[in-house]
Each structure stands twice: as structure tokens, then as C-alpha cells.
Design a protein around this ligand. Structure first.
Ligand code: SF4
Length: 263
């Protein structure tokens, strides 16, 4: 029997009451499953939304979702400042897998408000301005993308630098009141690169040009040999844990991190 039939939705009915304890048990369960099994188990839990930034990790997850026909919505956040290569990859991925990627964009008045206050590229001038830009262009659209979700699926991986080293396979996001699942948390970059190559997964050409982590164009640079994977993100800021805030609320053990922390 195909895996996607073996792990059917009615296996988890009635739906468990999700929370930190359930997330911990789920993390243990997911650790025992191969990647396709993980995605099918996740889809069986309820309304799951996978947010992709079209990076290597997310592209591998998309390929697994397509191959297993796991019932997840795939969404991406178009901040208005993405690389042309990233935008082109949305269509290429949809075409290759016959899937639809929902695109969420920032509200124009929110962006206009940021620009009026700080200037179009004011994020270079202060951490406050940078967080305001990420809020308008990323966090606000993310909130709409996750509005009806019970499960949020990400491509976080522990080997990424910053504050992701302890990312669990599953955690409870108390602020958003949903399960946050990171099916690649325990995967290595090398494993995913090999899988992408073997499965002919379309990847962003910027990876081959020194961009292991790709976000908005003005806030991402190529890294030098030996630098951490995310060193090219907001490189002018000093906080080594710097992120855009998407992955702030459900840090280790489901507690809120104290400093701005993706993308
Ligand atoms: Fe704005 Fe840069 Fe954040 Fe993108 S990464 S939303 S351009 S501050």
C-alpha cells in the first residue's frame, strides 16, 4: 500500500488537543520517519501551511510534497524586494511539479508607511527600521498566510547558523497558537544537496554563486569561505542571532526568544 494511503487522515481522528506536550511527542514520532513519511504524517494532522522561501531546503520539501501528494498548502511571501532569480523559481517550480504556490504580498499602505518614515532602504540605518521593514514586508503577510492554519511547516535546519541550532522537529508556537513543524531540522546541508541533485529539484542559481541563504536582495550578500551559512543576511548588524522575526515566537521549548531573530 502506498505510504500516502497508509497514513490517512482518519488515523488521527478524533483530532488531538495540540500543545507543547503533543508537539514533543510528535517530534519523537517524526524522528523515526523518512522525509516522505514525515510530510504525510504532518498533512494528516490538519490544515497545514508550508511557507517556502524557495531556498534549497524549501525546494526539497516542495519536491517531497509533490511526490507524496501530501495535502499541504504551499505559500511564499513576495516582499517586493526579492531577487529576480527567486521570483523566476516560483513559476519554474509550479511548472515542474504541477503545483500552485500561493503568493502573499505586503499591503501597499504598510510599505508606504515604512518608506515615508524611514526611506525605501532605511533598514540599513537602524535595527528599529530594519525590523519595521521586515514587519511590513514579511511578518504581516505571514500572519495572513497562517490565518486559518493549524500547522505551520518550515524548512528550518539546525545546521543553519544563527539561533536555529536547537530547532526541534516539532514545537508549539504559543503566540500563533499552532504547531510549528520543521521536518528538515535534523537534516544536513550535504544530504539535502545530494537529494536535490538526485531528484532534479530546481534550485536557485544564487546558491552556486555563494548565497547559501537567500532573502531580500538588498539584505543578502554572498558569503566568504568559512563563514556561517547565514552570515550574508543583514550582514551589517552585529547580533549573530539576527533574523527577520518570522521564527521568533516558537523557539526552543516553545518559549519566546528575547531578541529579534529568518527569512
Ligand atoms: Fe525589508 Fe530587508 Fe527585511 Fe526584506 S529582509 S523585509 S528588504 S529589511
Amino acid at each position: 500500500m502506498p505510504l500516502h494511503q497508509a497514513i490517512a487522515r482518519d488515523q488521527v481522528s478524533p483530532r488531538p488537543v495540540y500543545g507543547p506536550e503533543f508537539a514533543a511527542r510528535l517530534a519523537d514520532e517524526l524522528a523515526q520517519l523518512p522525509l516522505p513519511g514525515r510530510m504525510l504524517r504532518i498533512a494528516a494532522l490538519g490544515h497545514a501551511v508550508f511557507t517556502t522561501s524557495l531556498g534549497l531546503e524549501d525546494q526539497v520539501l516542495t519536491s517531497v510534497i509533490a511526490a507524496t501528494q501530501a495535502d499541504l498548502r504551499i505559500v511564499t511571501l513576495d516582499t517586493g524586494r526579492l531577487f529576480a532569480e527567486t521570483l523566476a523559481l516560483i513559476e519554474a517550480t509550479e511548472a515542474q511539479y504541477g503545483i500552485s504556490i500561493e503568493v502573499f504580498k505586503p499591503w501597499k499602505d504598510e510599505v508606504d508607511g515604512f518608506v515615508a518614515l524611514y526611506g525605501m532602504n532605511g533598514f540599513y540605518d537602524s535595527v528599529e527600521a530594519r525590523h519595521a521593514c521586515c514587519h511590513a514586508r514579511k511578518l504581516q503577510p505571514l500572519g495572513r498566510a497562517l490565518a486559518d492554519a493549524e500547522i505551520w511547516v518550515t524548512g528550518l535546519r539546525r545546521g543553519q547558523s544563527g539561533n536555529r541550532a536547537n530547532a526541534p522537529l516539532a514545537e508549539w508556537d504559543a503566540d500563533r497558537c499552532l504547531l510549528k513543524i520543521n521536518p528538515l531540522a535534523d537534516q544536513s546541508l550535504e544530504t539535502l544537496q545530494a537529494r536535490a541533485k538526485a531528484d532534479d529539484v530546481p534550485v536557485n542559481p544564487l546558491h552556486a554563486r555563494g548565497f547559501p541563504s537567500i532573502g531580500c536582495e538588498p539584505c543578502t550578500r554572498a558569503i566568504k569561505p568559512g563563514e556561517p551559512e547565514r552570515a550574508g543576511r543583514w550582514w551589517w548588524e552585529q547580533d549573530e542571532r539576527r533574523e527577520c522575526g518570522l521564527h521568533l515566537s516558537a523557539s526552543v521549548s516553545g518559549s519566546r526568544a528575547q531578541s529579534p531573530a529568518h527569512g
